[in-house]
Ligand binder design. Structure first.
Ligand code: FAD
Length: 752
């Protein structure tokens, strides 16, 4: 009997936080249902794939990290394909599709994906499906879902094209002939996207659901966590998941959290229901839903009582992570300012390997909050087993492609340790996780609401009630009391608890054996599903740690006062965010708020260099700083003014966004322009100097701080300035700025 061989294709991923990996794994799991075999590898497992000889379609899923860098596990691959010695037909045989993940809040959106694509094309590879650029800033799924929907048709088309090319060798490789470029059968992902919000196209989505649901029932056990449109769900009751329905069924937990407004009409009170985390409104509550397929469970977890396990603090890599004392803790803002900024001084003198340069940052390792770990233990019904040994293994015959026990879960740990040091229990649940939680939720109204939140139709509610307020898993479980997930599900879905980086705000030339860093205590306000506000995980933890020994502005530090605790840190060198090595080159620093941190280090170093080299020629230094109020949150004011007095800082430009009447610091700017409120306004006021330094004097510009608004606004302002100064159009100005970035003379260190 002839044996049918399924066509194969290759899936390669480069992933920093696991999102690209999980999408790639989803594709691999889906493949069988489409009659295909996927060979899945991480880009750094180059022994598992061979692009030089690959004659099947290759699908790349790659994220971007830091300032447009490839994820760690894609670094070597990117290096390899960038080699100038490769001939330009090196990948002529290769047929690829690429999904790039990025975040438009950061510069260099999807840069890793774009770099890989550029080099693949320069080396002759042919695209068989339009590249998707997914933006975590607005929700990856907006692009990922339609891209995945179109992928299968594209792979099949590419496979048949490649097969027919092989049987007709005279035609050459895929896409050689202009008429047969892969684009001619490439489904356009942009068109797919445009159709999503469009009423007419809702019909086509429904049609596709019906078709897909036939397939879903056959393939649901192996279906992907990322694939949508696989099953159609209807509301549990005519009133759907409205609080009203839940009230009539007596599920108080849902009805009480649904905000209601009472209106009076002819003496009859009406209940006008407002939507909330647990309560939806029409049309969503009455809509059919397309939910993601159920992610296949793949871990077995058992708990064993082995007597009390003594693991209180994290098991860190002893070569790179060091426990260091906090020497000093100062509050830099006054009590009535909106944000609380703190400065910590760490004593790193015992660890010479931690010698740092201005521009470097330090990772701070923090545990999850004890009360939340406790809450989670209770929620899982495992409070009495907190000290049990956790054993995690792969399920036999699990359906997840490339399934692995998470590498960040060490052997021999207790349950308490797992929840305290290994899993980010504050993480915002992804839609695949919500989908999995549905299976463990008893109450039908709550099930329906969870289905809505992970459905295509409920995307806006998911953003409003889960993603935007950064709702944590524990908060979600508290709001859905009938949801009782097993521990294994949490381990499958919760990401690794990551250390938080902080920029060094000092130079070890000025503070030998010490490092300073500055941070704002992050505050999350109360919201639907979060009855009271809470602090950021690391900043809240640090705040609690140092609070008894905190020194307030204007208060003298009393020596020999409270001893502050030790914390675990490791050095994160940043080899490009450094002051110019040529001392005569001018540079500009833009760092509002805590973004000023690395520039304090730059200036302390410069001050030292000036003292050591009295005859040297030093380039001009500019600092653009901004805060709300001159007298409440002007960080490092005395030190900055001291730098100006000593000549270390040539120009200090400060603006106050909430002190409307006050004049700008130093009064150096022209008064004809309205009062600058933000750093970009001050940049604009000094446009000629700034562009002269960047475009004529080979100078540098550094931006540090808030990624969400400031970095983008500064970038846009720089483009405007270049347009005006060079009299060029937008595109030309953007190219000029991109050139500066490539030369590493326009550098960003941004977060948020
Ligand atoms: P989490 O509990 O992790 O919550 C963070 C969430 O809060 C984010 O998802 C975001 O949506 C939101 N958020 C609100 N405000 C902020 C904010 N100001 N920063 C980050 N997230 C915010 N922070 C500093 O204050 N000073 C620094 O010098 C500094 N240097 C950094 C250097 C690098 C290279 C990077 C990547 C980040 C840096 N950060 C810095 C940010 C810092 O690492 C943490 O992300 C921040 O302190 C919040 O941590 P958390 O655990 O308290 O908040």
């Amino acid at each position: 009997m002839p044996c049918e061989v399924k066509p194969r294709f290759v899936v390669l991923y480069g992933s920093q936080k696991g999102q690209a990996q999980s999408i790639a794994e989803g594709i691999a799991e889906e493949a069988e249902g489409h009659g295909l075999i996927a060979e899945l590898s991480c880009l750094n497992q180059n022994e598992k794939y061979n692009l030089e000889k690959e004659n099947a379609p290759v699908v790349f899923i790659v994220s971007t990290t830091g300032d447009g860098e490839p994820p760690d596990n894609a670094l070597q691959f990117v290096k390899r394909i960038k080699k100038k010695t490769l001939p330009n037909d090196h990948y002529k045989h290769l047929c690829y599709a690429l999904l790039a993940l990025g975040d438009t809040n950061y510069a260099n959106f999807c840069n890793c994906g774009k770099t890989i694509e550029r080099h693949l094309q320069e080396l002759g590879a042919k695209q068989f499906y339009a590249t998707g650029y997914a933006d975590d800033g607005v929700g990856l799924e907006v692009v990922v879902d339609p891209w995945l929907e179109g992928l299968w048709k594209a792979i099949k088309a590419a496979l048949s094209k490649m097969a027919s090319d092989r049987t007709a060798p005279s035609k050459g490789g895929v896409g050689d002939s202009p008429k047969e470029t892969p684009d001619s059968y490439t489904p356009d992902v942009q068109l797919n996207l445009l159709s999503l919000g469009d009423h007419q196209n809702c019909e086509s989505i429904k049609t596709s659901v019906n078709t897909d649901s036939k397939y879903a029932s056959a393939a649901s056990s192996s279906a992907s966590a990322t694939q949508t449109a696989v099953s159609e769900l209807r509301p549990a009751s005519p009133a759907g998941s409205l609080g009203l329905a839940s009230q009539s069924r007596g599920t108080a937990s849902i009805s009480t959290s649904a905000p209601e407004t009472q209106t009076q009409d002819a003496g009859f009170p009406h209940l006008t229901l407002a939507g909330s985390l647990t309560c939806s409104l029409p049309p969503l509550s009455e809509s059919s839903l397309n939910v993601p397929a159920l992610p296949p469970p793949y871990l077995d977890v058992s708990l064993q009582d082995v007597g009390t396990m003594k693991q209180i603090v994290g098991q860190f890599n002893k070569e790179t992570v060091h426990e260091v004392p906090i020497n000093r803790a100062l509050q830099l803002t006054s009590g009535d300012s909106v944000k609380t900024a703190l400065l910590l001084e760490l004593d790193i003198s015992a660890y010479p390997t931690m010698a740092y340069q201005p521009g470097d940052s330090f990772d701070v390792f923090c545990p999850n909050k004890a009360t939340e770990v406790d809450g989670m233990l209770h929620r899982l019904g495992l409070q009495d087993q907190r000290n049990d040994h956790v054993h995690v293994s792969l399920k036999k015959d699990n359906k997840k492609k490339g399934a692995q026990v998470p590498s960040y879960i060490p052997q021999n740990i207790s349950l308490l340790y797992l929840l305290t040091w290994c899993l980010e229990i504050r993480s915002v649940p992804k839609k695949a996780f919500l989908r999995a939680l549905v299976e463990h939720t008893g109450d039908s109204v709550q099930r329906r609401r969870l289905q809505e939140l992970c459905s295509k139709q409920g995307g806006a509610d998911y953003n409003q009630y889960v993603r935007d307020p950064s709702l944590s898993v524990l908060e979600l479980l508290t709001a859905f009391p009938s949801c009782q997930p097993p521990l294994s599900l949490l381990i499958e879905h919760l990401p690794k608890l990551q250390p938080r980086p902080y920029s060094a705000a000092s130079s070890c030339l000025k503070h030998p054996g010490k490092v300073h860093f500055v941070f704002n205590v992050v505050e999350f306000p109360a919201c639907s599903g979060r009855p009271a506000g809470r602090r950021g995980l690391c900043t809240g933890w640090l705040f609690d740690l140092i609070n008894p020994g905190l020194v307030f502005p204007g208060k003298a530090e009393c020596s020999g006062s409270l001893t502050l605790p030790k914390i675990h840190v490791s050095l994160r060198p940043n080899c490009s965010f450094r002051p110019p090595s040529d001392l005569s080159v001018p540079f500009i620093m833009v760092g509002p708020g805590t973004g000023v941190a690395p520039f304090i280090g730059f200036l302390q170093q410069r001050e030292n260099e000036r003292q050591e080299n009295p005859d040297a020629v030093f380039g001009e230094t500019w600092l653009f700083f901004g805060c709300r109020h001159r007298d409440r949150d002007y960080l490092f004011r005395e030190e900055l003014e001291g730098f100006v007095c000593s000549g270390t800082l040539s120009h200090l430009k400060v603006c106050f966004s909430r002190d409307d009447q006050e004049q700008e610091e130093g009064k150096e700017v022209a008064t004809s322009v309205s009062q600058p409120r933000y750093v970009q306004h001050n940049l604009l006021l000094n446009s000629q100097h700034v562009t002269e330094i960047l475009l004529k004097q080979n100078g540098y510009l550094y931006v540090c701080g808030d990624a969400k608004n400031m970095a983008k606004d500064v970038n846009d302002t720089l483009i405007e300035m270049i347009k005006t100064e060079l009299q060029v159009d937008q595109l030309e100005a953007m190219k000029t700025l991109a050139g500066l970035r490539e030369q590493k003379r326009y550098l960003q260190d941004i977060w948020g």
